[in-house]
Design a protein around this ligand. Structure first.
Ligand code: ADP
Ligand code: MG
Length: 641
């Protein structure tokens, strides 16, 4: 497997030649930018000294003049007053269709698809766009606003133009979501040095890549998402062995659970005006965050809010908060156990555990994770900064300023793909070429052949998923290999190569080895899969594995039978004169018997009938062989042979 070498040893630049490169954590809730200063990664603050930038953009009515939009804290503050034009959690829309988003999300603004929206730049049909007072905006445009604000911040504090940026994405992001992230960066005028996975960035921030080897768990609880990943480090090479989580579980759910508990304590109903609901949520968040730093044994926080003129005052202890959110914490641990199973590892095999995401500041999370793994987690870096810090280290190395140059180490990075990739073969089956959780970048090839005599073109259908039948997998792309020289069925050798680059983007090529004709396609699916869909596809594949194997056996038996019948018929057409009438009739019966069996759903019976036909034609095949040898030798003298 090809490993990716990011920096050559011994190539160190003069300090004044350093290229400015930053790491960006483009989060669902908060985004950050970090850079190396004097060899140490630091998050860059805004003019008020805040490093977090809420990932929120508010569009203003253009007829009013002015800047047209607000980004970050200003936008967040206006969310209640102007929910329809204030876009939060836009990361959830990246690379998704409206239909995908509608099923999972309840968002306070209007999400349309392109049929409804009139826009100047037309993205692919069906993609989600957001309707605002300033017109329809694609998620890429909204994300670009956030990235541009971070770029501006970096150029202001570093005092120069940026060479490029490393941007982090969830390990679960598929091709479409990664591509959308890259497009957003480009729109923001940023050169993307690389997209890297968030857990990998966190591990780099902790310097885990300086060790020789080990397996690490990364537990990332953000505002609205939970991700669990298992990383393996071997001789400085990082690999994401498995990744999973829950895209609808985060710190916001802890706020909601606390708010519901307070309402219940006060005997209040949950039916509130939007203003009261927003005030309740904001107070719940404040109270939750404050509870992280009070004395866990006998501290408490006052939950105080005015709900539509009704004053609510409720003292909350850490124990009460923990009890009303215990089910959420348990849900994260269910995902952790699943990811360990996926990686075929036990919790005792983890050499370290990294906590990522602002919500892991909650003491109950730290305790639960620690108890589960039987060791304290790494927490000395700020959990909401750690991803950006790791991205900054990576960006610096990619820009050629490697701080490792002196030690002679190479920095290597590997990630995994979440679902298997393959192509369609005869009978509607999928041949897997890149198995799920394969490390990237990678290139894997497999040889195929033609099915029909004289076949000069072949359609390649690229699929994603764990199931054996094409109908149960997701179609990514189709392309045609033309110009294959006419040959007998089975004689052409077509090598199909899947290449996945370091950003997780796939290209597929097919080459007929004899003639050298080739065709290829770059796969940029126009829409992505949600985590739920990936999870559902995996679950389906486990549940139905047995059924799939039977279906596959049946299809293979039918394809073999077809092939046998076709071969026998073409032999009869050429050399029937070699047979007695009785023999010919006998073979005809065997063909009929097999043809009849073929429509049954009993794979073993079809195989048996195919076998009978093969046996019944053995003598005929031998006679044909002799004839062709005689013909070849005809007219030649013994010494010529
Ligand atoms: P994302 O990765 O989704 O952008 P972050 O990692 O920034 O999100 O996490 C945001 C979440 O962290 C919010 O739910 C926020 O309330 C929570 N959070 C931040 N600080 C604390 C704290 N001190 N205690 C508990 N939760 C916190
Ligand atoms: Mg995050």
């Amino acid at each position: 497997m090809a490993l990716l070498q990011i920096s050559e040893p011994g190539q160190s630049l003069d300090p004044h030649q350093r290229r400015l490169a930053v790491g960006i954590d483009l989060g669902t809730t908060n985004s950050l930018v970090a850079a190396l200063r004097h060899g140490v990664p630091e998050c860059l603050p805004d003019a008020q000294g805040r490093v977090l930038l809420p990932s929120v953009v508010r569009y203003l009515d253009p007829s009013l003049g002015g800047p047209g939009r607000e980004i970050g804290f200003a936008a967040l503050a206006a969310q209640l007053q102007d929910p329809a034009n204030t876009i939060s959690s836009v990361k959830r829309l990246m690379g998704r269709t409206r239909a995908q988003v509608a099923r999972v999300e309840k968002l306070p603004y209007r999400v349309l698809d392109l049929q409804d929206a009139s826009m100047s730049a037309q993205p692919a049909a069906g993609m989600a766009v957001v309707q605002t007072v300033a017109g329809c905006k694609t998620p890429i445009e909204v994300s670009a606003e956030i990235l541009a604000a971070l770029r501006q911040r970096a150029e202001d504090s570093l005092g120069d133009d940026l060479f490029g940026a490393v941007i982090t994405v969830p390990a679960y992001f598929d091709d479409a979501q990664r591509q959308a992230t890259k497009d957003a960066a480009e729109l923001a005028g940023l050169k993307v040095l690389r997209l890297i996975n968030e857990p990998t960035a966190a591990a780099i921030a902790y310097g885990l890549d300086n060790g020789v080897e080990g397996i690490f768990a990364v537990y990332d609880l953000g505002g609205g998402t939970f991700d669990a990943s298992i990383l393996r480090l071997t001789r400085g090479v990082f690999e994401v062995m498995a990744t999973g989580g829950d895209s609808a579980l985060g710190g916001d759910d802890y706020d909601a659970a606390l708010a519901a508990w307070v309402l219940a304590q006060q005997g209040l109903s949950a039916a509130l005006t939007p203003t009261a609901r927003a005030a309740l949520q904001a107070e719940a968040r404040r109270c939750k965050e404050a509870l992280s730093s009070v004395d866990q044994a006998d501290g408490s926080v006052l939950f105080g809010v005015d709900l539509d003129g009704h004053s609510v005052q409720q003292r909350v202890t850490p124990a009460q908060f923990e009890a009303c959110t215990a089910a959420l914490t348990e849900r994260t641990m269910v995902s952790v156990r699943k990811v360990l199973r996926d990686a075929v590892l036990g919790k005792a095999q983890m050499q370290g555990v990294v906590l990522v995401g602002g919500a892991t500041r909650m003491p109950q999370i730290r305790r639960t994770v620690c108890e589960f793994f039987g060791q304290a987690a790494l927490t000395n870096l700020n959990p909401d900064e750690v991803v950006a810090l790791g991205a900054a280290i990576q960006a610096d190395a990619l820009a050629g300023n490697s701080r490792r140059a002196d030690s002679g180490d190479e920095l290597l990075l590997l990630d995994v793909i979440p679902l298997s990739l393959g192509i369609e073969i005869m009978g509607g089956l999928v041949e897997r070429i890149v198995p799920r959780n394969s490390t990237i970048p990678t290139a894997l090839a497999q040889d195929f052949t033609t099915y029909q005599d004289g076949q000069t073109a072949l359609t390649l259908h690229v699929l994603q998923g764990e199931r054996d039948l094409v109908a149960d997998c997701r179609s990514l792309a189709r392309f045609v290999l033309r110009g294959i020289p006419p040959m007998a069925a089975g004689a052409a050798r077509i090598r199909v190569t899947f290449t996945i680059d370091a950003d997780g983007l796939l290209s597929v090529s097919a080459k007929e080895q004899g003639s050298g004709v080739q065709a290829s396609i770059e796969v940029k699916p126009s829409y992505g899969l949600s985590d739920e869909q990936i999870a559902a596809m995996l679950k389906d594949s486990f549940v139905t594995a047995e059924q799939d194997m039977q279906a596959r056996a049946l299809i293979e038996a039918r394809v073999d039978a077809d092939r046998m019948i076709a071969a026998t018929r073409s032999a009869l057409a050429a050399d029937a004169d070699l047979l007695d009438p009785g023999e010919g009739e006998q073979i005809g019966h065997l063909i009929d018997a097999l043809t009849q069996r073929q429509s049954s759903s009993d794979a073993a019976a079809i195989e048996a009938a195919t076998e009978s036909l093969a046996k019944g034609t053995e003598a005929f095949a031998a006679m044909r062989m002799n004839r062709s040898i005689r013909q070849a030798l005809a007219g030649k003298k013994l010494e010529q042979i």
